[in-house]
Design a protein. Structure first.
Length: 343
């Protein structure tokens, strides 16, 4: 039977205008009726599927995947002065030794995500990048950890790249134990401030280790901070007064198994103030930034004040480190905040 026989046109006036309404014609053939309802169900499903539902997701300008046959992991990304992006992490596909070990990987992307250049850095052991920033001369400063170079089992590794990714200089810092860099920033004097943890120096198992470097990478000063147990720095930034703010976690101080630890340092690295934040379980800070009012915003994870397996925890601090407000974010499972910035 033709489609025309399934519907019978009837003219009606709708809202003051003529409309053509299609009514199904009754047929005794049950197959025709079944076919009609089947079509009607499909049309209803398509109509419902096309309805736009509210979404909190931001619109995606572009998305891309980078890597080859083995594992690649991106650890950090920054926008560059030309509107593109610089990414650092680790690779097993492009290792310099050709043995499928982990090397540091840096990618320079255009504004549309196309790869302008990519380079791997490392030696015969495992080497990876944790932090990078574009420098005032258009190059890049990268910090991480190396098992290929240095004096210990794992050492601080900092290397300066030119704008095209070639190495200007590289240096290792550390002792005979585990030393790792995770956060680096260029300072107002064109040098660098870098932080993470050390097992080679300090009072405890691991301590905060902060190095102030000159523009050529030589050490201006080096200090450790911590107690008899474990401290790990996760984020450092130069503050508007020329000092530094450092955030991480501690097992030596505070109320719980792990607590947020924030240190305000003077320009020479001496402690201006030190505070812990947390409850009776585990709380880890991952990122800190100075805010426009002179205070600080810090983010991480809490299992002391959570609704799930761990929640993202954000604290707004006053300039003296006292808490202005704090909030948790998350659902029934584990939720972490790894980075924060004032908008």
């Amino acid at each position: 039977m033709s489609c025309q026989k399934l519907f019978s046109p009837v003219k009606k006036i709708v809202a003051g205008s003529r409309a053509l309404i299609l009514h199904p014609v009754r047929h005794n053939n049950w197959r025709i009726r079944l076919f009609f309802w089947w079509i009607l169900c499909i049309l209803s499903f398509v109509a419902l599927s096309s309805i736009t539902t509210p979404s909190f997701a931001a619109p995606v300008g572009w998305a891309a995947i980078y890597g080859e046959v083995n594992a690649e992991t991106a650890q950090t990304i920054r926008q560059t002065s030309d509107g593109g992006y610089i990414v650092a992490g680790e690779t097993k596909s492009f290792d310099t030794a050709g043995k499928e070990i982990i090397d540091s990987l840096v990618l320079k992307l255009g504004s549309d995500g196309t790869v302008e250049w990519q380079k791997s850095y490392g030696g015969a052991g495992w080497d990876w990048a944790n932090s990078l920033q574009q420098t005032d001369d258009g190059g890049y400063i990268v910090a991480g950890m190396t098992l290929s170079f240095g004096a210990g089992s794992r050492d601080f590794w900092v290397f300066k790249l030119r704008h095209d990714g070639t190495v200007e200089w590289q240096k290792t810092y550390g002792g005979d134990d585990w030393d790792e860099a995770i956060s680096i920033q260029q300072t107002s004097d064109k040098g660098y401030i870098v932080a993470r943890m050390t097992g080679s120096f300090g009072a405890g198992e691991f301590d905060f280790l902060v190095l102030k470097l000159r523009p050529n990478g030589t050490v201006e000063w080096q200090k450790t901070y911590g107690g008899i147990k474990e401290e790990q720095a996760r984020s450092i930034q130069q503050t508007s007064d020329g000092g530094y703010i450092v955030a991480g976690m501690t097992r030596s101080f505070g109320a719980g198994a792990y607590d947020f630890l924030v240190l305000k340092l003077r320009p020479n690295g001496t402690v201006e103030w030190q505070k812990t934040y947390g409850g009776d379980i585990e709380d880890w800070s991952a990122s800190i930034r100075q805010t426009s009012d002179g205070g600080y915003i810090v983010a991480g994870m809490t299992t002391s004040f959570n609704t799930g397996g761990g929640d993202a925890w954000v604290l707004k601090l006053r300039p003296d480190g006292t808490v202005e407000w704090q909030k948790t974010y998350g659902g029934s499972d584990a939720d972490w905040a790894f980075s924060i910035q004032q908008t």
